[in-house]
Design a protein around this ligand. Structure first.
Ligand code: ZN
Length: 272
């Protein structure tokens, strides 16, 4: 597959070993958006597919410490972890197994699906201020990715179009940042997994970004359910451009915490 520059790899890597989630990239009022935060940690390992296990939510506007362990062969980037003192918050590792790739959905069909969207208004939305799927965010602030079920599809397939706002890129860049790209294919999995009917929180997020989405250009976000087992829900998501070219794919593992006591919920985690 051909890719366009800039690549989501070493040039996008952060410098100092601290990670700060600005308040804009929030999920609930005081917690970081898990997809954005996971993507920020994944920069230490990109390019390639990266799995992030989420142990606890990250704070907003406060630095957490990042440690990058070396591979056994001595190269950088075998494992990256985020810490609050001696408390492990997130762990990122390279993901070697192939990820499922959803077929692209035609942009016109995605728009039709979104118009009958599954994301409710502020009165019923579990996290109305969510950076990705919150309905209580402006287009210049949140991503407002509000998918709907694709008519006639299986596996709870949802889709919507998304045009990255200029503010989602670094200064002078023509593409959204890597953490924003991770965020864009995060919550959509929960909506495919019927977030309207249950409260899903992250266990693991695996993302491979092949190319970053271009600012001001329309893209299509899709997601579907892979399977459920007890309180666990597996979903898959993808980001395509309007020509159907795959830019990023993700697999999510969620846990339905309405029926289970969960350490993430106790820590204040939300669905994103
Ligand atoms: Zn969300």
């Amino acid at each position: 597959m051909t890719t366009r520059s800039p690549q989501p790899g070493p040039p996008d890597r952060p410098g100092p070993p601290d990670l700060v989630v600005p308040e804009r990239f929030r999920s609930t009022g005081g917690a970081a958006h898990c997809g954005w935060a996971a993507g920020a940690l994944a920069r230490y390992l990109a390019p390639g597919a990266v799995a992030v296990d989420l142990r606890a939510v990250l704070p907003l506007d406060e630095p957490v410490q990042v440690r990058v362990d070396e591979r056994r062969d001595g190269a950088d980037g075998g494992r990256a972890t985020a810490w609050d003192g001696d408390r492990l918050l997130m762990e990122a590792t390279h993901w070697e197994r192939p990820l499922e790739t959803l077929a692209p959905v035609d942009p016109a069909l995605a728009r039709t699906a979104a118009r009958a969207g599954v994301v409710p208004g502020p009165a019923l939305h579990p996290v109305p201020v969510c950076f990705c799927c919150g309905c209580d965010r402006s287009a210049a602030d949140g991503l407002r990715i509000h998918p709907g079920h694709v008519p006639g599809s299986a596996r709870g397939l949802v889709a919507t179009t998304w045009t990255p706002h200029a503010s989602t890129g670094a200064t002078g860049a023509s593409t959204a940042t890597l953490p924003v790209t991770w965020a864009a294919i995060d919550c959509v999995g929960a909506w495919a997994g019927t977030l309207s009917d249950r409260l899903l929180v992250h266990q693991r997020l695996v993302v491979e970004v092949l190319d970053l989405p271009r600012l001001g250009e329309e893209h299509v976000v899709v997601a579907a359910v892979q399977g459920t087992l007890g309180d666990r829900v597996h979903t898959v998501a993808a980001l395509h451009d309007v020509q159907g070219r795959l830019l990023a794919r993700a697999e999510h593992l969620w846990r339905d915490v309405l029926h289970h006591d969960d350490h993430l919920l106790r820590a204040g985690a939300g669905p994103s």
